[in-house]
Design a protein around this ligand. Structure first.
Ligand code: GDP
Length: 591
């Protein structure tokens, strides 16, 4: 067997974007290949080593993938606390296999029904809550789907201090349990295991402990190990207080601190648009004190904090470290996982965003951009047109895929694709109103359009396009953007002639004759009348004659007579040159 040309070393798992970059392939091609293999993946989604290997083989690329030896890349917090940092509350993520009781446990802890992902059917990546136990606050993150976590990891941010891994004691360790353990370890977070559903007769906590110990190196304390495992029942509430006590105990070992006398900084943990409120952005403050009126920059967006709310929707005067908040006031939606910072004023914010946008475009455009490309991108900043879209999809997974893929359609050229909003669920009347007010088209993926909504859309002339295949949707978006491109003017030279005699000059007609210098001369085309380098006029050739007989075409070296139609009087002279050409408008395609 022949040796592959190249050996590439990648980690245990890799995001689609990183793999594309490693393989020097367009992300869309990789997403397409994954799609063919039944994997709907987005640019930020992680695929494991084996999947990456299969895809590389399918693509027929002559590359061998090697697994990188796992050396723990230390995950850093954004900042190391200084000497005068103050104590902060622990940030705890609740993770585990589906149906093992994450949501129920959160409900039990918070004493309320969590409504994750139901805020008007709008995208929510992480929902964050706070609870108080024995006078101490605990910040809880609910991570529906672990992709959100992977995305955070990709940003190199250590968001969580403790991961509570929920394992149903009647079911044991399952794939997402293992995933959760891996994420916790990658993030350098402490692990506390909640052995849930203890009220069930079939609960077998010893079996779960044995699985965790033998297969995943999580040894329970009572067996001499160092992993805290707490039997609980989210249903009856038994053991839940103990679980929180243990979380605080484990967190205490870490001596969690943060500075408060520094500009506020943290992470974007959710972002969506809402009718009437504009951008609604979830932030987790990591250090400093965030207040209304502050200017924020996050990735390529900025804004002024208009309202600052806690997780229950109550207005806050300020928010310190470890506090999840919701703010309004961002001009554009920042991206999940972006780091936010406070800046002095709007001018600084705008400048930073400009720079970040150029940086992001540069990164997206190519892996090896030349200086000339960069210059071009910078001069193209006065982008003239935008295609606004609003996306609705049946489930969170496909919504993320559609939105991420649409972002890839936006190549940062003359036409920008702007996603003004996205959400899970059928297209509603308020979607139509939002689209109408922002002149957007609505893309529905695997969703339906109720007759009443359809009528409203027709009345308001809002375009709604429904798709079941992601590529058809993307093609549509691409051609919509292409149709917005001003057509290109293409001029084709046909021939030239030197004027040897001018026979008659009227107000709108010139009759002359001459010798064809190059190409050919034909009737019904455009003519540039030139004197040396000077362009006298642009006229039209209405007839061409050879020896007083109408001719179809006259070639180089031959003499002919011409009738030219002019808009204003044209005083041609012997020796002037006439250049014959056609002009067409050609529809352009996106680069
Ligand atoms: P998630 O997918 O991990 O968020 O799991 P859910 O919280 O939605 O729970 C899945 C199912 O298990 C639901 O039917 C819950 O009522 C049930 N459940 C969760 N915790 C317990 C528990 O402690 N005891 C019992 N008997 N059922 C539970």
């Amino acid at each position: 067997m022949s040796q592959p040309e190249k050996v590439l070393v990648i980690a245990d798992s890799i995001t689609v974007g990183e793999l594309a970059e490693t393989l020097n392939l367009p992300v869309t091609q990789l997403v397409g290949e994954l799609f063919k293999n039944g994997i709907v993946a987005t640019i930020n989604q992680r695929i494991d080593f084996e999947t990456a290997q299969i895809i590389v083989e399918e693509l027929g690329i002559d590359v061998e993938l090697k697994r990188k030896d796992i050396e723990k890349a230390a995950v850093q917090r954004l900042h190391k606390p200084s000497d005068h940092a103050v104590e902060r509350s622990p940030i705890v993520a609740v993770m585990g296999h589906v149906d093992h009781g994450k949501t129920s446990l959160l409900d039990s802890v918070l004493g309320m029904k969590t409504v994750a992902g139901e805020a008007g059917g709008i995208t929510q990546h992480i929902s964050a809550y706070q609870t108080v136990r024995k006078g101490r606050t605990i910040t809880l993150l609910d991570t529906p789907g672990h992709e959100a976590f992977a995305a955070l990891r990709q940003h190199g941010a250590a968001l969580t201090d403790v991961v509570v891994i929920v394992v149903a004691a009647d079911d044991g360790v399952k794939p997402q349990t293992i995933e959760a353990i891996r994420f916790a370890r990658d993030a350098n977070a402490k692990i506390v295991v909640a052995l849930n559903k203890m009220d069930k007769e079939t609960a077998n906590p010893e079996m779960v402990k044995a699985q965790l110990a033998s297969e995943h190196h999580l040894n329970p304390e009572e067996w001499g190990g160092d992993t805290v495992m707490v039997p609980v029942s989210a249903k009856t509430g038994d053991g839940v207080d103990t679980l929180l006590d243990m979380v605080l105990l484990v967190a205490d070992i870490e001596e969690l601190k943060a500075d408060i006398d520094v500009p506020a900084e943290g992470l974007v943990i959710e972002a969506h648009m809402e009718t009437g409120r504009g951008s609604v952005v979830g932030l987790l403050v990591e250090q400093g004190i965030l207040k209304p009126g502050h200017f924020l920059v996050a990735g390529t967006s900025y804004g002024k904090v208009r309202t600052l709310l806690d997780f229950t929707g109550k207005t806050l005067k300020q928010a310190g470290p470890s506090t999840p908040v919701t703010v309004t006031g961002f001009k554009e939606l920042p991206q999940f996982g972006d780091v936010f910072t406070i800046v002095k004023n709007e001018k600084t914010a705008r400048l930073m965003v400009e720079r970040a946008k150029i940086e992001r475009e540069r990164h997206a455009a190519s892996t090896n951009v030349t200086g000339a490309d960069l210059l071009k991108m910078m001069t193209q900043k006065h982008v003239s047109q935008e295609l606004n879209v609003l996306v609705k999809a049946d489930v969170q997974g496909s919504l993320t895929s559609v939105v991420d893929s649409l972002r890839l359609v936006d190549t940062g050229g003359e036409i920008n694709l702007r996603i003004i909003g996205s959400g899970v669920g059928n297209i509603s009347e308020s979607d139509v109103r939002l689209a109408e007010s922002s002149d957007a088209i609505i893309y529905g993926f695997n969703v339906v359009l109720a007759p009443a909504v359809k009528r409203l859309a027709m009345r308001d002339k809002v375009q709604v396009r429904l798709y079941k295949v992601i590529y058809e949707l993307l093609d549509d978006a691409r051609s919509s953007m292409e149709s917005m491109l001003a057509p290109e003017v293409v001029e084709t030279e046909i021939g030239s002639l030197q004027v040897k005699g001018v026979f008659r000059t009227l107000k709108d007609t010139v009759i002359c004759g001459g010798e064809v210098l190059s190409g050919k001369v034909v009737a019904n085309v455009l003519v540039r009348a030139m004197r040396g380098e000077e362009k006298l006029a642009e006229v039209e050739a209405t007839s061409v004659q050879r020896q007083q007989i109408e001719a179809k075409e006259v070639f180089e070296g031959e003499m002919c007579g011409l009738s030219l139609k002019t808009h204003k009087k044209l005083q041609l002279e012997v020796g002037d040159r006439l250049e014959f050409f056609t002009r067409e408008l050609v529809k352009r395609t996106l680069k």
